[in-house]
Write a protein that binds this ligand. Structure first.
Ligand SMILES: O=C(O)C(=O)C[C@]1(C(=O)O)C=C[C@@H](O)C=C1
Length: 257
């Protein structure tokens, strides 16, 4: 029985080490801080004011409520769409919030809470073009300029459906709508919730059939894999907040702006 037959001890990943410290359901109240990964570039869910660094949005309000329910204060950890799930899996935050869509690719690395919103991709265009770009076929034509933000489900959707039109990746999601308003692009396909919000604040922009999006998706909060107690708690909390009018109140506040 030699030591050569012993398997090499596997180095614990940061996520494994996090998990061994026990459930976040106990650790967050002990710490008094809920660490929330958020991109800050996606109104109406998560917006970071570039001057003050302050976060606002529907999911920022929700994060405050979730933290409060755990006797904690939220601390926002900046992330990007491409790195959100890695940041969570590496234990840099306790939850990811801010208009995140459930995807199976993400579900391989992280857990999701119960969903709080149904959504799907739909076009947003200059209002003069609103009858011109109604179907994917209308949009995917040579000469049509489609613009997309990188790293999230919008890019995945655009890469799967845009083969004839020109696809440009615009790196900054906070300025992407100006590309259409100012005529450098014609169409963006994004979440119906976002097209409703952006068309409400920009009279030049129209959301095309936001009630009948091209795809089906759900928004949920991203949670660390393997912490069943914490997930069960967040699920209960989401269930209550989406049935007692709390979520609706925050959505109404944002959509009135
Ligand atoms: O990746 C996701 O989960 C998102 O819903 C984020 C996403 C995207 O799909 O790229 C959605 C809309 C915003 O315009 C920016 C990012």
């Amino acid at each position: 029985v030699g030591s050569a037959s012993q398997p090499e001890p596997k180095r614990a990943s940061a996520a494994d080490r996090e998990q061994r410290r026990g459930t976040l359901l106990d650790r967050v109240p002990e710490r008094g801080v809920l660490r929330v990964c958020t991109t800050g570039d996606y109104r109406p869910f998560s917006h970071r004011d570039p001057k003050s660094g302050t976060y606002t949005g529907i999911d920022i309000k929700m994060a405050g409520d979730l933290a409060k329910s755990l006797d904690a204060k939220p601390s926002f950890v900046p992330t990007t769409w491409a790195t959100l799930v890695d940041d969570l899996a590496a234990g840099r935050c306790d939850v990811g919030m801010g208009g995140v869509s459930v995807t199976l690719a993400r579900a391989r690395q992280a857990s999701f809470s119960e969903p709080y919103l149904t959504d799907g991709k739909t076009p947003i265009v200059r209002c003069e073009d609103k009858d011109r770009y109604r179907t994917l076929e209308d949009i995917d034509q040579p000469g049509v300029r489609v613009v997309v933000n990188p790293g999230g489900t919008n890019e995945q959707f655009a890469r799967a459906h845009v083969t004839q039109a020109t696809l440009t990746v615009h790196p900054d999601n906070t300025t992407i709508f100006d590309e259409i308003i100012e005529g450098r692009a014609d169409v963006m396909m994004t979440d119906a919730s976002e097209t409703r919000y952006q068309s409400a604040i920009h009279p030049e922009l129209c959301a095309v059939h936001p009630d009948q999006p091209f795809s089906f998706s759900e928004k949920a909060y991203v949670l660390p894999r393997g912490d069943a107690q914490f997930k069960e708690y967040v699920d209960q909390w989401v269930h209550l907040a989406t049935h007692d009018g709390t979520y609706q109140k925050y959505e109404d506040e944002w959509m009135k702006r």
